[in-house]
Ligand binder design. Structure first.
Ligand SMILES: Nc1ncnc2c1ncn2[C@@H]1O[C@H](COP(=O)(O)OP(=O)(O)OP(=O)(O)O)[C@@H](O)[C@H]1O
Length: 271
């Protein structure tokens, strides 16, 4: 895999994000019943604006995946609500796509890459030729134009995760939710995929909410970082990231402001 030299632009101008896309209001969630009940999310409230890249960090077990599942309509909050584009999320909404950490389980091994990317487009009612054209475009956007006919098991982990990203963005989602998407790839591939996400966000105008354990990644990618407390979880702080764009893996991470933000986030998580 080649080193990415893309120079993604990050939105640092707050005026860009004046339209509310996702509104998370006092979400609470427990697992289990009675004495076995465990209160995971206590009161999580934040808003995400159109085109924003928001990252979510917090201690292990804080309920980051649980929160993402509530945002995706895969879990119902016990109390509170998730509102996407003004509508209450009660089931997986149209206009929202998910990318998980485990790319090996998210692609169907008996289908070619282009077949995998075309799969969710079936619901659109488009003709096969149109679905194929859109899937090939998405694969081109993630740097897999040469791999459309390969099967997932013929590709590296990074390529499989690119394919999963292509499948998610082929539907042109308003909001892309990503749960630790780069945790299983090597450091260089991870940096390439981070830059790919910044570029796609720019090109497609998507709103992105990305959960990560990696504080460098959280600060590098974000317009704002949402720091969660330990369970029972609430939002500890929402931190704007006023680092200039275009972000660059070497230059951005050498900026004193990057180091300060990184230390601040780490301090909040360790508190
Ligand atoms: N379906 C479930 N049933 C019962 N408990 C669950 C379920 N899913 C998660 N949990 C528990 O809820 C807590 C939060 O889990 P979750 O995966 O949401 O946290 P996380 O912040 O994403 O964790 P990590 O940082 O380790 O990835 C954990 O203690 C987990 O064991």
């Amino acid at each position: 895999m080649t080193t990415s030299t893309t120079t993604p632009v990050a939105h640092t101008d707050p005026d860009v994000h004046d339209r509310l896309t996702l509104d998370v209001r006092a979400v609470a969630k427990s697992y289990g019943r009675g004495t076995a009940s465990r209160h995971i999310l206590a009161d999580v409230t934040f808003a995400v604006h159109q085109g924003e890249f928001v990252t979510v960090v917090g201690p292990s077990g804080a309920g980051k995946t649980t929160l993402l599942r509530c945002l995706a309509g895969l879990l119902s909050p016990d109390t509170g609500e998730v509102v996407l584009e003004g509508a209450n999320v009660t089931a997986p909404p149209k206009g929202l796509a998910l990318v998980f950490q485990d790319y090996s389980r998210s692609l169907l091994p008996w289908m070619s890459v282009v077949g995998n990317v075309m799969l969710p487009l079936r619901r659109s009612g488009m003709k096969r030729t149109e679905r194929q054209r859109i899937a090939e475009q998405a694969l081109l956007a993630v740097g897999l134009a040469h791999a459309t006919n390969l099967y997932p098991w013929q590709m590296s982990g990074g390529m499989q995760q690119r394919a999963a990203i292509a499948r998610a963005v082929a539907c042109r989602p308003e909001v892309l939710l990503m749960d630790e998407p780069f945790a299983s790839v090597d450091a260089q591939t991870r940096a390439d995929l981070e830059d790919l996400m910044l570029r796609l966000r720019e090109e497609l105008g998507m709103t992105v909410v990305l959960v990560t354990h990696d504080i460098d990644e959280a600060v590098y990618l974000a317009d704002r970082v949402i720091v969660l407390s330990g369970a029972p979880t609430s939002v500890t702080e929402i931190i704007p990231v006023p680092l200039p764009g275009p972000r660059n893996q070497l230059r951005t991470k050498l900026e004193p402001a990057f180091a300060e933000l990184r230390a601040h986030v780490l301090g909040l998580i360790r508190r």
